[in-house]
Write a protein that binds this ligand. Sequence first.
Ligand code: NAP
Length: 242
Amino acid sequence: MKTALITGASRGIGAAMARAFAEAGYAVALNYRQSEEKARRLAEELTRQGGVAACYRADVADPHQAEEMVRRCEEELGQITVLINNAGISADGLFTDLTDEVWHRLWEVNVSGTLYCSRAVLPAMIRRGSGVILTLSSMWGQVGASCEVAYSATKAAVIGFTRALAQEVGPAGIRVNCLAPGVIDTDMNQVYGKEALDALAQETPLQRIGRPEEVAQLALWLASEKAGFITGQVIGINGGFC
Ligand code: NAP
């Protein structure tokens, strides 16, 4: 059985990915940091439906917790076929108000978290000569967003990380690709409020914001053999916004 470790799977896009991968027959490892109850209920839901699912609490920004999560996951669910570095945080506000604390935390979670989890799964993938790593950027990482300088910078870094790692581990049979969603209907965007979200939808050629399930289907496809010749790519899923 293939196993997918999905970071930040307690809510939003990660939870939708967990459902999609479980439905496709993967054993799913649901990482969460704070939302224990949500992660546990999701694992129960997937198990009730006949799937295999387990929860792993870890702050991906802590290298020791990330390594321990991967070790336990491999021990309990078997070799990790797919790692999705989905856990992420955002912060909005004027650049001149950005504190060092917020700046560093965004880098720790969004960039270092991606590094720590990828580094922890790679030795076994390299030994097997196969594996898939997906990363989550954002369209703001591609074009930049006003009042989201720190978030945009970290998401641009994730693109550089993905492209370089894909070059390095491609010869070992491992594919690394990046999803760059536009505005997706999750808790992360609740800070915008209804009016701003409606305006963003209107700015989008497809005239709406995206659904977590749509991002999950892209991840599922990228992880599959159907995407076997795709690596080092950044795939936008943004309704045509950019
Ligand atoms: P969300 O609804 O805010 O959920 C974030 C998830 O990440 C939660 O499961 C949360 O877990 C987890 N998380 C946060 N910090 C963590 C940490 N240090 N360690 C482990 N888990 C952590 O976000 P989302 O909208 O689903 O976003 C998922 C990813 O897509 C992020 O990387 C985000 O940047 C990216 N993205 C989102 C959008 C969008 O419009 N929503 C657009 C582009 C890109 P707990 O609640 O358990 O702490």
